[in-house]
Write a protein that binds this ligand. Structure first.
Ligand code: ADP
Ligand code: MG
Length: 705
């Protein structure tokens, strides 16, 4: 009998080399294998006949191989592997690109029965025959081709797994089948009351059904992950994730921090140094933070707000509260330029206050650095602003009371904690302009309370966005010339610096040379890119900020935080190559002053993919960061949207935060009730002990028991 914790090498059919392949996929135990779920299911009770294939349809067919081999093409050294196959009703052709291994390893032979899965299309060169490009395939054993009743390959709904090196879908299928047929009883992970309340399937049958669905299960339901079995698996994963989050939150709430004295006079003082009236949203957020910092346990707050909504000011107001309470402030930003900008801004804002404000970046001279750190550790410096350089071990504060992290999605959770460790449970404020839908932010930033600035400062002009292509380039240049003559400044954004052979891109340097040399010889054009020394970068940015250059050709190094109110045009080359969030950030660099502003999205001359079209259209239609974030999430899916490094979340095996948002809500509610109702750590620990140790680690429940 196999237990969930049994190492995979004890499963029949797994030798040392296969165990290694499995380990490469992070599969070490029987349980890991069982939680490797199919990514699709195939109904092999009946196949589509070749004569019934609809062009454009994605489906599976069963056919017999006629011929197979590499074929040369007109392009030298570019060969296609081609295969012809037929069933009783007709012929199809399969083509694979970059798949020489099919030849080398002699995968196909005449007469084989093979299942092909893919999108069948009319062959553009053929005689009305259908072809399929890069289909998935599964070669059937000679005797399995005829459907037999207890086959796991045929005559039923068959699971298809993500194949990896040395691990085909069939291998996985067989291993999992073996496990399921010799598995000891598995402990239930979900409390009975929850199973009953939400009508969830028990764990054992859910595992069985998720891999080998009973006859009669609808393939569409499986594909949408809404069968009872899959629903249970998804709930389980999200529930345990939320228990972990809730648990960590409960721990954080118990910590004693540094309660600040905050009275109306102090709050007024924190507002006095502003050169403008804060927006209502800014006032509200300051109140929320003040309320947090007054309490004995430390503030843990995420401040969300679109680019340009004025987060920095509010953060510095929180800083003022800390400093009035005799505490120091650490303010970390992802780039030197941004750190400098904050430094500059803070100095201006606090010019009358007598607070001492320092800037620490990687480029600082040794002597200056030492002097700065000395002041800091003695408590003579009140605010230290800087980059990752703040994290270095010799940076010590005398009394760190508030940690501020700008553009927090650029940092990992670990970096946040490392900065916090430089104080004794300081208050923490993290900021982001990448808005995240609320349902998700509660999971991604579960240990944080969330504030939102949902209002722009008055007199902001919204940015007009246009989509252009090469044909309209000269018009775009005339428009730019016009703006510069009116005294405005312009950004030209490009994806790369150097010419790249593979990609047909207009690199930044080429564009710069062209613009300065031919298009705008009378204007002051500068080139900014990531490979410059930071001193040079700074000088270029400063000249632009001071109005001593007109056009800044740049790679995305300016993406974050540049604040030049006189810049009114953002031209983005190869806009189709940028992500939605990034385009939104880039566009946020203009529209910061009283003049009307424009974002020109220049698409590369080639045709662009459907996702890119969606992105560019979305951008043209809205400037609302939340709408854009939702769309981004929809296009890209949450996996990519939030790198796990940033969020600190485990990669999900079954659930999908976007697709399963409703389940997520329910799971979160139940998790909160469970964690909050356990009166002691011990009773919660007893429950957690029932989960396998792998799960405890995975969902952050290690310290509970
Ligand atoms: P972000 O939220 O993108 O970090 P910033 O804090 O950099 O935005 O603010 C953008 C600009 O708006 C800054 O120049 C800032 O001085 C200005 N600003 C912020 N709040 C207000 C306000 N209430 N009224 C007028 N200008 C403001
Ligand atoms: Mg900012």
């Amino acid at each position: 009998m196999l237990e969930l914790q049994t190492p995979v090498q004890f499963v029949k059919g797994v030798g040392p080399s296969r165990a290694q392949d499995l380990a490469g996929k992070n599969i070490h135990t029987v349980e890991d294998l069982l939680y490797t779920l199919p990514y699709r299911y195939e109904d092999r009770t009946r196949f589509c006949r070749v004569s019934d294939l609809q062009p454009g349809a994605k489906t599976s067919i069963l056919a017999e191989v006629l011929t197979a081999g590499l074929r040369a093409t007109r392009k030298r050294r570019f060969r296609i592997f081609e295969l012809a196959a037929h069933d009783k009703t007709g012929r199809i052709r399969c083509k694979w690109f970059h798949s020489e291994y099919l030849q080398q390893r002699k995968i196909f032979r005449r007469g084989q029965q093979v299942i092909f899965h893919g999108k069948f299309e009319l062959d553009p060169y053929g005689s009305g025959n259908l072809q399929v490009i890069n289909p998935e395939f599964e070669i059937l054993d000679a005797d399995a081709a005829v459907s037999s009743r207890d086959s796991i390959e045929m005559g039923r709904i068959v699971p298809v797994y993500e194949a990896a090196r040395g691990l085909g879908t069939r291998t996985l299928r067989r291993l999992i089948h073996t496990i399921l047929s010799s598995l000891s009883p598995v402990p239930e992970t979900l409390p009975t009351a929850i199973l009953e309340r939400h009508d969830l399937m028990d764990r054992r049958p859910a595992l069985q059904e998720s891999h080998f669905p009973s006859p009669g299960t609808r393939v569409e339901d499986l594909a949408a992950r809404r069968t009872p079995a899959l629903r249970r698996m998804i709930f389980e994963e999200l529930f345990l994730l939320e228990v972990g989050i809730r648990w960590k939150r409960r721990l954080a709430r118990k910590v004693r921090g540094m309660p600040f004295r905050i009275d109306p006079g102090l709050l007024r003082a924190a507002g006095n140094f502003l050169p403008f009236r804060p927006t209502r949203a800014q006032e509200r957020v300051l109140d929320e933070m003040a309320e947090d910092m007054r309490r004995p346990n430390p503030m843990n707050r995420l401040l969300q707000g679109d680019v340009g909504c004025g987060k920095t000011v509010v953060a510095l107001q929180a800083g003022a509260i800390a400093m009035e309470n005799g505490a120091q402030v650490a303010f970390m930003a992802p780039t030197e330029i941004l750190a400098e900008q904050h430094h500059h801004y803070a100095r201006r804002l606090f010019a009358q206050s007598g607070y001492r404000i320092g800037l620490l970046t990687g480029g600082l001279k040794k002597a200056d650095r030492n002097a700065l750190l000395e002041e800091l550790s003695q408590g003579r410096l009140q605010i230290l602003i800087g980059t990752h350089a703040l994290l270095e071990p010799d940076v010590t504060f005398r009394k760190l009371g508030l940690v501020i992290i700008d553009e927090q999605h650029r940092f990992g959770v670990r970096q946040r904690f490392n900065l916090m460790k430089k104080g004794v449970h300081p208050h923490t404020l993290v900021m982001t302009a990448t808005p995240i839908p609320r349902t998700l932010s509660m999971t991604l930033y579960g240990d944080l309370d969330v504030s939102v600035i949902d209002e722009m400062p008055p007199n902001r002009r919204s940015v007009k966005t246009h989509l252009l292509d090469d044909l309209k380039r000269s018009r775009a240049y005339r428009f730019i010339a016009d703006q510069v003559r009116q005294g405005r400044q312009v950004y030209v954004l490009c994806p790369l610096i150097e010419e790249s052979e593979k990609l047909d891109l207009r690199p930044a340097r080429k564009i710069f040379e062209h613009l300065q040399g031919q298009v705008f010889p009378d204007f002051r054009v500068e080139l900014l890119h990531g490979r410059l020394k930071s001193i040079e970068k700074d000088a270029i940015m400063k000249r632009f900020a001071a109005g001593r250059s007109d056009i800044l050709v740049s790679t995305t190094v300016i993406e974050v935080g540049m604040d030049v109110a006189n810049a009114t045009v953002m031209l983005i080359e190869h806009a189709e190559r940028f992500g939605l969030a990034q385009l939104h950030q880039l566009r946020g660099r203009v529209g910061r002053g009283p003049e009307p502003s424009y974002c020109l999205l220049m698409q590369g001359s080639r045709t662009i993919g459907p996702e890119a079209v969606q992105r560019l259209n979305c951008l043209r239609e809205t400037t609302d960061g939340f709408v854009i974030a939702e769309k981004d999430l929809e296009i890209r899916g949450p996996g990519e949207f939030f790198g796990t490094r940033q969020s600190g979340l485990p990669t999900l095996r079954v659930a999908n935060l976007l697709r399963d948002r409703r389940v997520l809500e329910t799971a979160r509610r139940e998790a909160a009730a469970l964690v909050d109702n356990f009166d002691s750590q011990k009773s919660l620990g007893r429950w957690v002990a029932g989960l396998s140790s792998g799960w405890q680690a995975r969902y952050g429940l290690v310290g509970v028991g």
